[in-house]
Design a protein around this ligand. Structure first.
Ligand SMILES: [Zn+2]
Ligand SMILES: [Zn+2]
Length: 405
């Protein structure tokens, strides 16, 4: 009996430990929990009484055809966005007097000209911008390069979308990888195939990647809550697993800027009153935007040295399917915007800024360069976007860029 008790305790502990480890691995927490614990021990987020500028970007993996729906259903999903967004949100203004802004990462392989043109109409009213999303599998590098280059030209020439670099006039785009498998990072080898993808993205004009965080999906990186430069190892996958933090050193050559959203444990919102929830910055049917999530987003501390008052919060969503439209184009989102406005009225140290992915990148670059001005003044710091089709066909070039922006 005594022997049974003696062995039972350790065996039970081993079984419990192995169960817990399997549960963590199933949620990709084995990859990011060590980084999280290090960050939590050092302490992140706003200090009591400090000024906070929330830079809020909603990055939407916007797939109207999600679920292999008919063309009519997909068109209806886009129409719902175009019609509802201004009606719901036009009355709201951020601390710069700007309305909410949404970034539609539209999939290259699902391109429908009428859908993109409808989104462009909404964007040209000031409610957002369109960037590049892509799902692929077992693709070769040169095929990918050609498709990205052609898609970039198409979005710019046909729809007046995508940014231009102030100095060179080159077309630039933000990117989100489908199935989170950036740089062939899915452990089962699916959903990509290109080990030198970061290089191809940079060489075709990508200004930053916004794919992470992926948790609970397995392509999650060990680097979390960071804005950093990743350098591609062209013969190995997942080169963005580690990188060099923006502001820690000059931007390395041949690197791609990575802008991550929050990923942490939220101890204020516990499951069954006991276990902390994983806050991964996802907005969807069962994770609506809510002001109660804001402290965790700030605590993630996604920042650039030099601007301790700027908090970069990139959230992600799949906004096209009806189940998510209900919260993104519904009362939950209206309440969230109202709560932000209320908070900034009550607390003179809290400011909030609706930014697109391009503007977020500009703010990163400005902070990195030591910008001490306000947020509004740096929204177009390096990358500018207008509908160049209606400006006498003159996107910026080296000599006239500054005057056009
Ligand atoms: Zn996708
Ligand atoms: Zn890929």
């Amino acid at each position: 009996m005594n022997l049974f008790l003696l062995l039972g305790g350790p065996i039970g502990l081993v079984l419990l430990g192995s169960y817990a480890w399997r549960a963590l691995r199933a949620r990709a927490m084995d990859l990011w929990l060590p980084s999280y614990l290090c960050q939590a021990l050092r302490g992140r987020g706003p200090k009591p009484g400090q000024s906070v500028h929330l830079l809020l970007c909603i990055a939407d993996h916007f797939e109207p055809g999600h679920g292999s729906v008919s063309h009519d259903v997909a068109a209806g999903r886009v129409r719902a966005w175009i019609e509802s967004y201004p009606k719901l949100f036009e009355a709201f203004r951020d601390s710069d007097g700007r309305p909410p802004r949404h970034t539609f990462f539209y999939p290259l392989e699902m391109y429908e000209g009428s859908e993109v043109e409808a989104l462009a109409t909404l964007c040209h009213q000031g409610y957002g911008e369109v960037e590049v999303h892509l799902h692929h599998d077992d693709e070769d590098a040169e095929g990918l390069r050609a498709r990205l280059a052609a898609y970039k030209e198409l979005l710019a020439a046909r729809h007046g979308l995508l940014a231009r670099d102030r100095d060179t006039g080159d077309i630039r785009y933000g990117f989100i990888h489908g199935n989170w498998a950036l740089d062939n990072s899915h452990p089962d080898g699916r959903h990509c195939g290109v080990d030198n993808e970061l290089d191809i993205l940079r060489e075709t004009g990508c200004y930053a990647d916004f794919t992470m965080p992926a948790a609970p999906d397995p392509p999650q990186t060990r680097t979390i809550n960071s804005i950093y430069y990743a350098i591609d190892d062209p013969v190995s996958p997942k080169s963005h697993d580690r990188g060099i933090a923006v502001g820690a050193a000059p931007a390395p050559e041949r690197s791609l800027l990575m802008i991550q959203g929050p990923l942490l444990l939220d101890w204020r919102r516990r499951k069954w009153g006991l276990f902390p929830r994983v806050e991964n910055g996802c907005l969807q049917g069962n994770q609506p935007a809510h002001i109660d999530r804001l402290p965790a987003w700030l605590k993630a501390g996604v920042q650039v040295p030099g601007r301790p008052d700027w908090f970069f919060v990139k959230l992600h969503t799949h906004g096209a399917p009806e189940c998510n439209q209900r919260v993104l184009l519904g009362e939950a989102m209206v309440r969230f915007h109202r709560s932000l406005a209320d908070l900034s009225r009550r607390d003179s140290k809290f400011h909030f800024h609706y930014v697109t992915a391009r503007e977020m990148c500009n703010l990163v670059r400005a902070a990195e360069a030591g910008w001490q001005g306000d947020v509004a003044g740096a929204r177009d710091y390096q990358l500018v976007w207008k509908d160049w089709r209606h400006l006498c066909g003159t996107p910026p070039r080296r000599d006239n860029a500054k005057s056009l922006a």
